[in-house]
Write a protein that binds this ligand. Structure first.
Ligand SMILES: NC(=O)c1ccc[n+]([C@@H]2O[C@H](COP(=O)([O-])OP(=O)(O)OC[C@H]3O[C@@H](n4cnc5c(N)ncnc54)[C@H](O)[C@@H]3O)[C@@H](O)[C@H]2O)c1
Length: 385
């Protein structure tokens, strides 16, 4: 068993999900690695000390450069706000580390290109955390598309809605609400939420060729949590765009943090000649499938038997599920991160993953689409990608 030592950059929401995955992955997947949580980096000593104790890190650091240059560390995991991703990934690549990075990959496509160049030059293995691909129902969606059960696709539809910024009193900046600060986040819902939707869309339905978008800022200034000053808001609170895919199908994407009642409403649907699939993250263990015709014979399903099928994705034949419990017992959000880490480590060991991991290069492509969406909204016109 080879030992792989981990340096975790960030102790927030994603620092926790990734640390949990490092602790759990060996319990569910057979891997030729012993994982050691060596160093966790954060800004606050008390938070760091608690984080270290909770997840079992050997040591803490408030200097991420030292973590990245530590010769004992094999994997650098970037789970910090978006503006830090570029320099952390580039420096980790130069130090020859395996890299896991959170999405969105970067603040913009120019940064993403620089990151691709650095990781390709260094020849290091990378993964970007588009975790929803690792939900077994979404992975089954992919399998159904690959089995040609949808047939010629006509429509792709994605929504990703939340409601946590409706109140005028929500400040900008500081812990967690860095997401409302363009200098830290890059963009609003486009990079934060639609990056996931775009990744899944291109994974399931192929490349997007053109986009036409509209973005909205509902509350134009907010109090800064750190300075107390009123600060102009320049990130997109909501974004809607139309997309034309290379395969000729058409798509709509909608995302907002002002969708009252919606907490993490991430849906995707594809409608084709022979069938359709629908996934909703609020019912993550189900995939809905509409079978119209048999992909091999083209024979239509009998009229009185057509209808949406609600598949409980917990059988051992379903993607990832043979690694968990018995049929009928569900897994949760944290398992998407375990699944993606397992795929990353299986690839590192030269073994076949359940599905290949999206790399920094794949994520740069998503960034390119995000940039085109923002440009389209700004210039009020279609943008070719
Ligand atoms: N894959 C997903 O579904 C998913 C979900 C949430 C967040 N994310 C991404 O993960 C990354 C981290 O998000 P999070 O929700 O864990 O954030 P968070 O605010 O919960 O944690 C951020 C961490 O970064 C550290 N940090 C270092 N410098 C900082 C700075 N200048 N400002 C703020 N924090 C700083 C903080 O100490 C903290 O440990 C982001 O890129 C985000 O887009 C991905």
């Amino acid at each position: 068993m080879k030992t792989l030592k981990v340096g975790m950059l960030g102790t927030g929401f994603m620092g926790r999900t990734h640390s949990n995955a490092f602790n759990q992955v060996g319990h569910f997947f057979e891997l030729p690695y012993k994982l050691v949580l060596k160093t966790c980096y954060g800004r606050n000593q008390t938070t760091l000390a608690n984080f270290q104790k909770t997840w079992g890190y050997e040591e803490t650091s408030t200097d991420w450069h030292k973590v990245v240059s530590d010769p004992e560390i094999d994997i650098i995991d970037v789970a910090t706000p978006n503006f830090l991703h570029r320099e952390m990934v580039v420096e980790a690549a130069q130090a020859g580390k395996m890299i896991i990075c959170e999405k969105p990959l970067a603040m913009n496509y120019a940064e993403a290109e620089e990151m691709v160049e650095a990781v390709e030059k260094a020849g290091v293995q990378t993964a970007v955390s588009f975790c929803y691909r690792r939900n077994p129902s979404v992975a089954l969606f992919k399998q159904i598309v690959d089995e040609n059960r949808i047939g010629r696709p006509f429509h792709y539809r994605a929504t990703y809605n939340q409601d946590y910024t409706i109140s005028k009193k929500v400040p900008v900046g500081g812990a967690s609400l860095w997401r409302l600060d363009a200098k830290v986040a890059g963009s609003g819902v486009t990079g934060d939420l639609l990056a996931h939707s775009i990744d899944c869309a291109e994974w399931l339905n192929g490349p997007i060729e053109r986009v036409c978008a509209h973005t909205e800022i509902f509350i134009k200034e907010r109090q800064n949590a750190e300075t107390g000053d009123m600060t102009p808001i320049t990130i997109d609170d909501a974004c809607m765009f139309m997309a034309i895919f290379r395969n000729g199908s058409v798509g709509t994407f909608e995302s907002s943090r002002y969708a009252r009642g919606r907490k993490n409403f991430n849906t995707m649907e594809m409608n084709g000649e022979n069938g359709a699939c629908f996934f909703n993250l609020e019912e993550p263990e189900y995939l809905q499938f509409f079978r119209y015709a048999d992909p091999e014979t083209g024979k239509k399903v009998e009229d009185h038997l057509t209808g949406w099928q609600r598949i409980l994705v917990t059988n051992s034949e379903h993607p990832y599920m043979s690694h968990y419990w018995v049929p009928g017992t569900v897994i949760g959000y944290e398992h998407y991160f375990i699944n993606q880490l397992a795929d990353f480590l299986l690839e590192a060991a030269g073994q076949r993953p359940v599905y290949p991991t999206p790399t920094v290069k794949d994520a740069a492509r998503v960034q390119k689409v995000c940039d085109a969406v923002i440009q389209s909204a700004r210039e009020e016109r279609w943008i070719q990608i």
